[in-house]
Design a binder for this molecule. Structure first.
Ligand code: UD1
Length: 312
């Protein structure tokens, strides 16, 4: 039987991966220290998974987590660009030391393939759109630098040690289980929460900044494809929809779906914020067989339905 380790499996993206793996009757182990991951995300599946509560900054814990595992889906990180601006050491420790520990453990345990969740933030404000994997990278936040370091380590482990690795550069992911309660939460859960409560969402800046907002099931699918696609070791792939929407578009679309007409409030732009982001996804399509299954509006509709149900 095939065994998967999902690091950060109690987090937003990780727990969505766990759910799909279980749906496909796979064997799943989760490593999480519940720093940003939430127990509630695994509450329905605790009987079906093996859970290691531990920290990937500890190499012995990583070794325990990879023992007997076929594929590692390394999602664990401390998310949020502004959080990394406030506390760069914590972001760096988990993304860089944690990833290096996981790679060493995976190499020594003869894992078949190691999939690393990277971030579109590595492109920074490079002028060219859409972003292609071969472009020069201009990270502009501690988060982006840390994610890029993890990416370089992951690629180096393919080249130097022959560990099969794949990096997936996620573009602004959203969907069920994304935490709306932290000051560092991502924009979509924050805006949905505000509108459902009849409150005005706060836009930082003029709202014309744009993102390639991607529904989480697309990322889940990309992870599974990345474990088995042939001849991709050492490569990096954008995972997104290949479209971009501004925050003004986002507020309008959310208002349309929810049936409200609440205007946003404007505040100062965040430091280290990227202006525009949009992916070229052709490499993932060609090499991984990746396809966008759920688009922006359909994803928002599903996500709003989920938050409404949660609220009830
Ligand atoms: C960045 C990365 C993304 C990564 C994520 C991890 C880029 C382009 N994207 O997302 O790949 O997964 O970090 O945390 O670098 N905003 C508001 N009001 C709010 C909250 C946010 O206007 O209440 C704005 C932000 O200023 C930003 C946009 O919404 O312009 C998106 O912010 P957020 O959801 O936090 O994600 P990014 O920082 O873009």
């Amino acid at each position: 039987m095939t065994k998967y380790l999902v690091t950060g499996g109690a987090g937003f993206i990780g727990s969505n991966i766990v759910a799909e793996l279980l749906h496909q009757n796979q064997t799943v182990r989760v490593l999480d220290n519940f720093s940003t991951g939430r127990a509630i995300n695994l509450a329905n599946v605790l009987a079906d998974i093996e859970l290691i509560e531990g920290d990937l900054r500890d190499l012995d814990t990583c070794r325990r987590a990879v023992a007997g595992v076929d594929y590692v889906l390394h999602q664990a990180a401390i998310p949020s660009v502004p959080r990394s601006v406030d506390n760069p050491l914590a972001t760096n420790d988990v993304a860089v030391k944690g990833t290096l520990n996981m790679l060493i453990a995976a190499r020594d345990a003869d894992v078949k393939r190691f999939v690393y969740a990277s971030s579109s933030s590595v492109y920074g404000d490079s002028p060219q759109l859409p972003k292609q994997e071969s472009m020069a990278l201009l990270p502009k936040s501690p988060y982006a630098v840390a994610k890029l370091s993890g990416e370089y380590y992951t690629r180096i482990f393919a080249n130097v040690y022959g560990l099969e690795t794949v990096c997936l550069r996620y573009f602004n992911v959203f969907g069920p289980r994304q935490d709306p309660a932290s000051p560092y939460s991502a924009v979509i859960p924050l805006f949905i929460k505000s509108l459902l409560a009849g409150q005005s969402p706060t836009i930082y800046g003029d709202g014309r900044q744009s993102r390639d907002f991607t529904y989480v099931s697309n990322n889940v699918e990309a992870n599974l494809l990345a474990t088995t696609a042939p001849n991709v070791s050492g490569q990096v792939f954008n995972i997104a929809c290949g479209n971009r929407f501004s925050l003004l578009d986002l507020v309008n679309t959310l208002n349309d779906i929810i049936g409200t007409r609440i205007k946003p409030t404007f505040n100062m732009a965040r430091s280290a914020d990227v202006k525009h982001s949009m992916a070229d996804i052709r490499l993932a399509q060609d090499c991984l067989g990746y396809q966008v299954k759920v688009n922006f509006k359909e994803g928002l509709t599903k996500t709003i339905a989920w938050y409404k149900e949660e609220h009830d």
